[in-house]
Design a protein around this ligand. Sequence first.
Ligand code: PLP
Length: 406
Amino acid sequence: MQINRNFQKIESSYLFSNIAKRVREYKAAHPDKADDVISLGIGDVTRPLAPAVIEAMHKAVDEMAHAETFRGYPPEYGQDFLLEAILENDYRARGVELSKTEIFVSDGAKSDCGNIGDIFSTDNVVAVCDPVYPVYVDTNVMSGRAGDKTETGWSNIVYMPCTAETGFLPELPKRHVDMIYLCFPNNPTGMAASAEQLKRWVEYANREGAVILFDSAYEAFITTPGVPHSIYEIEGAKTCAIELRSFSKTAGFTGVRCGYTVVPHDLKKDGVELNAMWARRQATKFNGVSYITQRAAEACYSPAGKRQIRETIDYYRKNAKTIYEGLKDCGFTVYGAVDSPYVWLKTPDGMGSWDFFDLLLQNMQVVGTPGEGFGPSGEGYFRLTAFGSAENTEKAVARIRAYFAK
Ligand code: PLP
């Protein structure tokens, strides 16, 4: 018997476990300050679900209580009512025509980001933005596509640096790549990509025969006019891109769990529709999303649901502005916040990102995320999130201001 040895290549201390450990140790050493610690670190939401969502869930629970309306296994790819709401609101409203068979409802974008690799050869060359959501790299390490760990990252992964020098956008790779993970608005930098920039990627992928895995988990935070919410707003994307979406940050579903993946029928490799492959994969390894959850997701698209969700996003956006402006006033170089719940800042005086983490924790009792945890080019940067309460966000920013004013 042999185990999958690729798992042993992954560092056991995942970024957020490492952060939690440091916070635990700090609290144990400073019990008088333990209650003062404010986390602007992990990207989880804090506002409750929208009333329209709660109402839909209660109704669905009641349906499950009666034999006539009880539901067993859900359809593998999503209930018609949810697929129709997605098509109408997320796509048709933006001029994109897709069919119900191109949408696959799931338990969230993280699973789909990780599982999508099942339909691709392990010989493919993967390209990722650097820094980026760590799941893209780690799941490719597990499946054996990443090679070996080196001082500058994984040997078979092509890193596309996204730093101040590149305007936090990736440049087209100088070599051929097969699978390109793009995440816009980006986690962690908070930067969005314009239609012009995405067009270059779609042209590149179609020319090279590559597939773009477009993660738009944060599209609901886009405010800049003209910034695409979907890769399919770009002509030619249906022959080269898979899109991953989530209700987590849009509607506070981090605990409810719902997302979806779009695989257009026009996307073919080796004469095979990737849509058929993903359908086969999901039907074999996934048993659908609960009826209650899908009714909850559908409610996000009702007029009341849309209004309530917008209010919550505006609440987080206000927090993002508070952090962004507060830090800017202190003399920090800050990015993001406009189309995103994330604020990305340059650490002062070239300080290492973990050193800056310790400085904030020890002196201001504020927890953020060291940029280095998101990839080699994240070193020297730091991420703060807008998902806390307005009160805690203001308190944290006031402490940062007071400390750096000294
Ligand atoms: N994609 C990105 C870029 C994320 O930052 C996250 C969560 O933080 C996810 C996907 C995960 O989304 P979900 O909660 O739908 O699994």
